[in-house]
Design a protein around this ligand. Sequence first.
Ligand code: SF4
Length: 232
Amino acid sequence: MLLPIRKMADAARRARYLEALGINVWVPRHPPVETVVAPVDPATLDWPALRACVSDCMRCASHQGRTQTVFGVGDTAARWMVVGEAPGADEDRQGEPFVGAAGQLLNAMLAAIELPRETVYITNILKCRPPDNRDPRPEEVSACLPYLHRQVALLRPQIILAFGRVAAQSLLGTDSTLGKLRRSVHHFGALNTPVVVTYHPAYLLRSPGEKRKAWEDLKFARRVFAELPPAV
Ligand code: SF4
């Protein structure tokens, strides 16, 4: 260890002598070497790696206010996938989508079509709670959608149930109203997965008069599922 220190001291002393003699000393500048971290492509990740990638994600502004990311929950061999908008306050705290009062209503809605919560896979378009619980912005949806695409590719659900306007519009890349999107079969992603849309349980808690329409949507989804060709 002594030799490099002595060499540095000698070099400094020599520089001072030369400076005193009016000789400019050329000092090579070594710019700091930047570590370039290649962005991770979610399309290459398995479930654990995808979850880890999401938990570290700072791709959009929503990471700033989160307590934790909310990746998704449920059976990774499920045939039904449930997609909502984004975590709310309860979800942000608990790290699980659709908890609290809206979650209980979701469970009841699923049970009504004989789908216990633990038999489906549940996630959101955004994995972080947007600040102040505002609607997700288009750039946040674009930033987060690759994770959902990968979840769909890994899960290969036979059908997706989209709950709420934001989930439906984000999945389908449209600004059509929920009213126009209901009662039709849409498709999502590379696997062309069938998508049926209905109201978000949080909206139904505020507008209980719409529950009957949601029930019609769920029965429609059940019929669509029953008529799908057998999974290969
Ligand atoms: S919302 Fe999605 S894209 Fe934005 S920081 Fe969270 S995980 Fe990343």
